[in-house]
Design a binder for this molecule. Structure first.
Ligand SMILES: [Zn+2]
Length: 346
């Protein structure tokens, strides 16, 4: 099997430690680089985690239901509708879930989906049932877009959950993107897989990553059927990264309802782990092509986000923003071990 392109190198920091009578101290710093994703990170051996449960009430006080555009009082009045050529009712609906155009779009086709009329859903309450309708309306929308044959080839379902991750509203909501060209990161994934296949001794990059990771047993959390869950070798966030791959699924429209249920089950397990470990926020993306593309298996990433107390310091700093390297005081192999029990219960 051709090498996947995971690189690591140890560098050591030295200082005289004020907490140990100024005795010399060495600190190993692991520099990692993943050729597939292009992500460079520094894995630090000291675990940093939020010490106590974040106070979500402070957010709820600043952003109550009465001023929320997604709560029933304002929803019909101030959320955009689609033009009738897309859907005559103006919005996609499944039970209490709705999908509608983003009033502040990032793209020609950026939409927002809400799960229900519930203003706040805690991380421990993000059950498959609570999320099902929200993901279903995204699916309905992608089917409709494909039916309209406008040449869109790439799609994603995205989530900023709570303000530390960039979420502008408490009311949980997804965002979808469909586009004719891939986003920068999706282009990188696709190019990596194409180059891997074209190289001598190559093959399908995603298949080989999963085989290699399952054999290595260091970052492979579990397989739940069609989906494999892993922690990323070189994470995109300070609290690590959890990845999921839909095996052999090469178009969004390959996904069945059962596959979605499996995804939501797995997500709720990851979210419960975050909740237990005092996190309150994450970014999530599910990336897919809208036509079969053998070099792009449907996959996604979850990056936990947090504020560093007591100042509410951001978990994103100059190293990530301006040097494109992520400082990560969470060892991916350790995070994997912590997540495994959450995937063992039925
Ligand atoms: Zn609301």
């Amino acid at each position: 099997m051709r090498d996947i392109g995971f690189h690591k190198e140890i560098t050591t920091g030295h200082y005289l430690n004020p907490f140990d009578g100024f005795a010399p101290k060495d600190i190993p710093i692991e520099e990692r680089y993943d050729e597939t994703t292009g992500v460079a990170s520094r894995i630090l051996p000291y675990r940093v985690r939020p010490a106590q449960k974040p106070d979500t009430n402070a957010y709820l006080e600043k952003s109550p239901e009465s001023i929320c555009p997604f709560c029933p009082g304002l929803f019909d009045k101030i959320t955009p509708k689609f033009t009738p050529d897309i859907i005559t009712e103006g919005k996609f609906k499944r039970g209490e879930a709705y999908l509608f155009p983003n009033a502040f779009p990032y793209d020609a086709t950026n939409t927002v989906a809400i799960f229900s009329s519930r203003h706040f859903i805690g991380l421990d309450q993000l059950t498959p049932e609570a999320m099902r309708g929200g993901f279903a309306v995204c699916r309905d929308y992608f089917y409709r877009i494909a039916e309209l044959q406008k040449g869109y080839q790439y799609c994603s379902i995205n989530w900023n959950y709570m303000p530390p991750s960039g979420g502008g509203l408490i009311h949980p909501h997804l965002q979808t993107l469909v586009s004719k060209k891939p986003t920068n990161f999706m282009r990188q994934l696709l190019a990596s897989a194409q180059n891997y296949e074209a190289a001598a001794g190559g093959g399908n990059l995603w298949r080989n990553i999963l085989v290699m990771e399952q054999e290595a047993g260091e970052r492979f959390i579990a397989t739940t059927g069609v989906i494999s869950w892993l922690t990323a070798f070189s994470p995109k966030g300070m609290a690590g990264e959890i990845d999921f791959y839909f095996k052999e699924k090469t178009s969004f429209f390959d996904l069945t309802e059962a596959n979605f249920d499996e995804l939501l089950q797995g997500l709720s397990r990851v979210f419960l782990h975050l909740y237990v470990n005092n996190f309150m926020s994450f970014n999530l993306s599910l990336y897919a092509t809208m036509t079969p593309e053998k070099n792009f298996w449907i996959q996604g990433k979850i990056v936990p986000r947090f504020e560093i107390n007591p100042l509410g310091t951001s978990d994103l700093n100059y190293f990530e923003k301006l040097h494109n390297e992520i400082i990560c005081p969470v060892v991916p192999e350790q995070l994997c071990k912590e997540l495994q029990p959450y995937f063992m219960t039925p």
